[in-house]
Design a protein around this ligand. Structure first.
Ligand SMILES: Cc1ncc(COP(=O)(O)O)c(C=O)c1O
Length: 482
């Protein structure tokens, strides 16, 4: 791949211009080939254990190898042993297929390698991240002086927001004394449908998951605000200090939206931080069929959302928005003798508003996607995904062997095979994955276990739904008949 007359690069870890051109051409070829072969691939590969063993056992090589062989290996070993998240019948979890500019944005970000920590290390990236944050904040009616940053994902966004919530309750001593300043134990409130990342955040923040109060939900899987209000009073009477309510905008299993206006009113009365975990559903705000469910979000103290979900960016791109910029700075701001700071009228040091110092320019792919495709493309895509979920829901309801576990209200369809018990439905899911036809996830709804299809995929069609349901019913019927 190396041009013979080319000057050597400055360092042997760098590429010559010809090597760069060859690598880029090869990458383009791989991308085109991958796109056109997706449908023929099994969604989940039949693992080539020998190939994986070779990767696992390889010692650190003494000598380099021709770059072309790495690309060969990528095609021959890596792609066939990967889960094909972009496959039209990949419908598991809440993991979107990335928009078409993601690989290019990632590559160019890597070339610039800006550290989105202090603005002097990343001036243009800084402006881009601020702009993306402004656009996102505007979607939720957040004030122009709200702060946030692009995170690795919703889990980190929840953690960052809950740290700001905790520190506000701890007061001025939060950084110095932490939880050891003699406060009454804090309580955090959420619904039984909460995502596990909130548990993790609570334990990482030293609050203790025993102090995460999971309030029952109504028939639509929305938190019961009456029970929440009662629990807060009970906890106060028992000597606890209520700290925060974590509402869900799109619960992970069924996609339910908690009643934000009532929660905002309650939090305001009780002096509690309202955090909205919108990792799955907050970006539904772009779609007129969903946006009314986000009414009230403008009163939240913080929001977690995930551009790597419903804005279809490659991993990773989450986002946290915090209304109180000063609180975020108190939680995370830090000066160090080994980092020079310059103030600027337009640019900011993101490291003051989150836990990381070095950070990649995750905002770049989000910015490019929004500007390349425009708002309408995202709105139409979300509409389409809702349509797909509804038509799968109708097909499940119409099928004698299948039963919906919850009404379809967002992009998730939870269902079970009627002829199989819990273990049988789990076996059905395993067999479906083994077949390579489709990748769905598990679901447990009000105690009943089944399967879950989540529509966050740019390539899924109605025909794919027919294929998925034909496979599910065939496998399920076979299992049911022993
Ligand atoms: C409701 C909810 N919250 C948080 C998360 C965690 O987000 P991430 O996987 O980006 O960390 C998810 C992920 O699916 C989610 O659905």
């Amino acid at each position: 791949m190396t041009g013979t007359d080319e000057p050597r690069p400055m360092n042997e870890l760098l590429l010559t211009p010809d090597q760069i051109r060859d690598a880029a051409a090869r990458m383009a070829e791989i991308l085109v080939g991958y796109e056109s072969s997706l449908e023929e691939r099994p969604v989940l590969p039949e693992l080539d254990r020998t190939a994986l063993r070779r990767i696992l056992d390889e010692p650190w090589p003494e000598q380099g190898r021709p770059i072309a062989t790495l690309f060969d290996e990528f095609e021959a070993l890596i792609v066939p042993n990967s889960a094909h998240i972009a496959h039209p019948r990949y419908l598991a979890y809440v993991l979107a297929s990335p928009h078409g500019l993601s690989p290019f944005a990632e590559a160019l970000s890597a070339a610039l390698n800006q550290s989105a920590s202090i603005w002097t290390l990343s001036p243009a990236a800084n402006a881009i991240e601020q702009t993306v944050l402004r656009w996102l904040a505007e979607l939720f009616g957040f004030p122009s002086d709200a702060i946030g940053h692009i995170t690795s994902g919703g889990s980190m966004a929840n953690l960052v927001a809950l740290q700001a919530a905790r520190d506000r309750k701890l007061g001025a001593d939060a950084r110095a004394k932490g939880l050891q300043g003699g406060h009454a134990p804090f309580r955090v409130y959420t619904s039984t449908e909460v995502h596990g990342s909130v548990d993790k955040a609570i334990s990482m923040l030293g609050l203790g998951t025993d102090h995460l109060q999971r309030i029952a939900v109504d028939d639509a899987f929305r938190i019961r605000v009456d029970l929440l209000a009662e629990q807060i009073q009970l906890d106060r009477a028992a000597g606890f200090e209520p700290m925060c309510v974590v509402a869900s905008a799109g619960t992970v299993t069924t996609g339910a939206f908690d009643p934000l206006p009532e929660l905002a009113a309650l939090c305001s009365r009780e002096g509690l931080w309202l955090h909205v975990d919108g990792a799955y559903g907050a970006l539904g705000v772009l779609c007129s069929r969903i946006s009314p469910r986000l009414a009230g979000v403008e009163h939240a103290d913080s929001i977690a959302l995930d551009p790597h979900k419903l804005l279809f960016n490659s991993l990773e791109a989450g986002c946290v928005l915090i209304r109180d910029r000063e609180q975020a700075r108190q939680s995370f701001g830090q000066t160090s003798s080994y980092i020079a700071r310059n103030t600027d009228p337009d640019l900011i040091d993101f490291t003051d508003y989150g836990p990381q110092l070095s950070r990649s320019i995750k905002a770049f792919k989000v910015w490019w996607g929004i500007r390349a495709f425009g708002r309408g493309a995202y709105q139409r895509t979300l509409d389409r995904l809702l349509d797909l979920a509804h038509s799968m829901g109708e097909a499940v309801e119409a099928h004698p062997s299948l039963e919906l576990l919850a009404p379809v209200t967002f992009t998730a369809v939870c269902f079970r095979h009627r002829g199989l018990d819990e273990a049988g439905n789990a076996a059905l899911l395993r067999a479906l994955l083994d077949s390579g036809i489709a990748y769905l996830g598990p679901a447990r709804v009000q105690g009943a276990a089944g399967l879950r299809a989540c529509f966050t995929n740019l390539r899924t069609t109605d025909a794919d739904i027919d294929t998925v349901l034909a496979a599910v019913t065939r496998i399920g019927d076979e299992l049911a008949s022993g």
